[in-house]
Ligand binder design. Sequence first.
Ligand code: EPZ
Length: 460
Amino acid sequence: LHKAIRRQRQMCIRDSLWWYNSKGLKVKRGVCRLEKFVIHGGRPLRGEVSISGAKNAVVAILPATILADDVCRIENIPNISDVTYMVRILKQIGARVRVINKHTLEIDTTTVNSFTVPDELTKHMRASYYLIGALLGRDNQARVSMPGGCDLGIRPMDQHIKGFEFLGADVSIENAMVNAHAEKLIGSSVYMDVVSVGATVNIMLAAVKARGLTVIENAAKEPHIVDLANFLNSMGADVRGAGTDVIKIHGVEKLHGCTYSIIPDQIEAGTYMVAAGATKGDVLIKNVIPKHLESISAKLEECGLEVTEYDDSIRVRYVGKLSKCNIKTLPHPGFPTDMQPQMSVLLSIAEGTSIVSENVSDNRYRYVAQLTRMGANVQVDGKVAVIEGVPELTGAPVKADDLRAGAAMLIAGLTAQGTTEIENIQHIDRGYEEVVEKFSVLGADIVRRNYPDAAIEKAV
Ligand code: EPZ
């Protein structure tokens, strides 16, 4: 076991030497590596796939560990680069992180000694801004550089700042650093002007040790909000109502460490469900919570697929035809915006005309330009995309513009006739664990190809 852990640790250290520069190239000591996914499509996916822990839950729960001066053991962690980035941030502020195995970390926050998180650590993902709420909740102060993450249009933080200020903090933004400070945090009622996952998370993190009662009204209800609340309560917090639009938090003096297992990833599961249908296959998606997938299952059935729910798995089977259907993205329990690009790929080869309305993100159709290169017929006008189904897609060189756009390109490549090469795959590695291995087991012809350094010089 020690040898295995040592090897695992060496792998982690080796991987930590790899980084992505602005061109999406893996950089190690000046040597750039370009990676692409190469897919020979047109093969129906068949078999079983197991879903990993939820990215959007773990990136909220890892920062939440600093609310206690203790040790937390977190299990069912997905092996994705957003976790790598978040672990780097925790180490930056002084926490000790022990790798127990590929999916389990022990985080010792008794050594946290800083409340500053610089740009080079925050720029890789949106969730780095959860350190503001967590540091504020821990020590009443935070200096965190503005976050990075998927380019989905304007992604303001006004609701986060509103929540912190209602709790008694002074918040300012200078030189792209968010500075938040409070003499003491006092519970308050905060009405969210828009349903915001991030702002709901951040206010929860800041409020669990505030004095008195905090009420978040018009709160986000996503499964990862409930998972965070369950984790905080495992640490001794008093959070009630998560999963409804009113969350009540009674502040407590102190939190303690705990052991906690992350819920399965709703969006990873949905991605494999759509891939099964789009490739006209038959796949059992295991280790899921079917209730989290209800809106996706309903839409896949509307498209003519057979969807069968079991206790902790769901089967998607092609039974002869893909039909059009209309999609309106909404906060949970509506159809998730994070599934919109993937679903649009399936609709691009369904019979008839489908209407997609993106009501959550400002700009989530960047993948359409790439899909059009593969023969899709999609007209975008503001929040609405009109998709005329075509008989099939054809392989082409394409790019992943962001995490879920990348997932959409994977599905498109798997369904298309011919070869598809996907660039900028670092976006996909942020949220999908072992995506090549998982699709290969289902019969896909997909490889992760590194390009020789010489070629990379040209790429750079
Ligand atoms: C979270 O982003 C997710 N990221 C996103 O998933 C997801 O698309 C999004 O929620 C919606 O479900 C993580 O959980 C790490 P929001 P977040 O705040 O928190 C507006 C993925 O693919 N808004 O719920 O940034 C905002 O402009 C990623 O896994 C404000 O106006 O999303 C947007 O239109 C991509 N003011 C809407 O609310 C604010 O202060 C929803 O945003 C905050 C948000």
